[in-house]
Ligand binder design. Structure first.
Ligand SMILES: C[S@@+](CC[C@H](N)C(=O)[O-])C[C@H]1O[C@@H](n2cnc3c(N)ncnc32)[C@H](O)[C@@H]1O
Length: 414
């Protein structure tokens, strides 16, 4: 029976029920049934099918609104640099148009606005559309009042410049609210924002990881339509393999979460290779030629045999990590997550690799996700405890160490 609720969610919003998990799905169904005063699951399924309002309420019960200001700070650093180095010098007559979708409760589009203001634009120089399926999140976004939790990792100086402290909340000042327009919508809808011109910059972060394969393909094609030619696309760090490299060229050399949309062609492929980014387009691997000893008879050169690329798998990614090839291991984990957003092992390994690359915030997010998907993921718990220790949260680290020890079924301190 639960499977049918899962299928309905997948059809309606693209959510992969495996990512949500059986317990969460059952909890949401139970809660909504109790609100509707229904005891029979079949009846509730019928109600969901016949009442758009109830469908919306059910969606609200399962959405994952996790977000924060300047989440994955590096995206905003790149955006600021783009505006300063490219957009402003080009002196375009039109405003810079940006889409943030999904925008959740507004932290992402407002972080974009603050970045643009810091880079030298004024309200009126830009337009930010921010779209989400959750009306509850959008209401919170429009209110623009946040608790300290939304600012994790953000320096107080940045927060204080743009927000006013009111009670235990921080209220965004008008300057950064201007130019941000919130829109209710479903990215699974092929006609979404069809009345809008394509955007110069699109942020589509941390949605694709929650979607099933079909929905992901659908949403990526919608997003592709919404990015203008030569426009920029930002994705989440576990979503970098979701867009075709022939049309989206990675711009950042270390982790490819920032792309420029190009027309397909050899130039585009070359640009990706120049940036040193692993790509879906397979380049022949470099052939190492042993130095010839003087006097060695000349042999007819055979064309170099193509060494097959290892197939993506957790084992192959682990091998890359063991060899110290961390960016390649991370890219492989990301591709695996693009195929299956509920792969706890891939999240765990990605977290460990990112930990090794000293990308602590991203590592923590991945490890948390691994534990969410598999609460017995021992390696994720241990690595998360190390990260907590590293950032001075000894109590948090201790709790995790005990949890890991319990899992091992032994009392010794790890
Ligand atoms: C994890 S948040 C990501 C927010 C933000 N982009 C970030 O990275 O911090 C995911 C958001 O996706 C929204 N969402 C889920 N399915 C959607 C859909 N089919 N169309 C539009 N938004 C959707 C949820 O309501 C939720 O706010």
């Amino acid at each position: 029976m639960m499977m049918r609720f899962g299928q309905l969610l997948a059809e309606m919003m693209g959510m992969n029920p495996r990512v949500l998990g059986d317990k969460e799905l059952a909890r949401a169904v139970r809660n909504r049934m109790s609100v509707c005063n229904l005891e029979d699951e079949e009846q509730y399924l019928e109600k969901l099918r016949s009442s758009p309002q109830e469908m919306e309420a059910f969606v609200e019960a399962v959405v994952i609104p996790e977000t924060s200001f300047f989440r994955d700070k590096i995206s905003f650093t790149f955006l600021g640099r783009y505006v300063r180095d490219e957009w402003i010098p080009a002196r375009r007559a039109k405003p810079l148009r940006i889409l943030s979708s999904p925008c959740s409760s507004g932290e992402e589009p407002y972080s974009i606005a603050m970045t643009l203001l810091e880079a030298g634009l004024k309200p009126g120089d830009y337009e930010i559309d921010a779209l989400d399926i959750s009306r509850t999140s959008l209401r919170k976004a429009e209110r623009a009042a946040y608790t300290q939790y939304s600012f994790r990792g953000v320096p107080a100086s940045l927060r204080n410049g743009f927000f006013e402290s009111v009670g235990n909340e921080y209220v965004l000042k008008d300057q950064a609210r201007q130019g941000v327009c919130f829109i209710h919508g479903n990215l699974l809808d092929g006609h979404i924002l069809a009345n809008k011109l394509p955007y110069d910059v699109v942020f589509c972060r941390n949605l694709l990881i929650y979607l099933g394969t079909e929905a992901r393909a659908h949403v990526t094609s919608v997003i592709e339509r919404l990015v203008a030619r030569n426009g920029l696309l930002f994705v989440g760090h576990a979503e970098t393999s979701c867009f075709p490299r022939e049309r989206f060229v990675p711009l950042n050399p270390r982790g490819a979460f920032y792309f420029r949309k190009v027309e397909p062609g050899p130039a585009a492929i070359g640009a990706g290779a120049a940036a040193g980014i692993p790509s879906r387009v397979s380049f022949p691997p470099p052939v190492r030629i042993a130095p010839k000893k003087p006097g060695t008879p000349q042999r007819t050169e055979q064309p170099p045999r193509e060494v097959p690329k290892p197939r993506d798998s957790i084992a192959a990614a682990r091998q890359l990590a063991d060899q110290g090839r961390l960016p390649e291991a991370a890219a492989m984990c990301e591709r695996l997550l693009c195929e299956d957003g509920a792969n706890a092992d891939a999240y765990c390994l990605l977290g460990i690799v990112l930990h090794g690359m000293e990308s602590f915030q991203r590592a923590e997010e991945c490890l948390n996700r691994a534990i969410y998907l598999d609460e017995q993921c021992y390696d994720a718990i241990v690595h998360l405890s190390l990260i907590r220790e590293h950032r001075g949260d000894s109590a948090g680290a201790e709790v995790l160490r005990h949890r890991a020890a319990r899992l091992q079924g032994q009392t010794r301190t790890l």
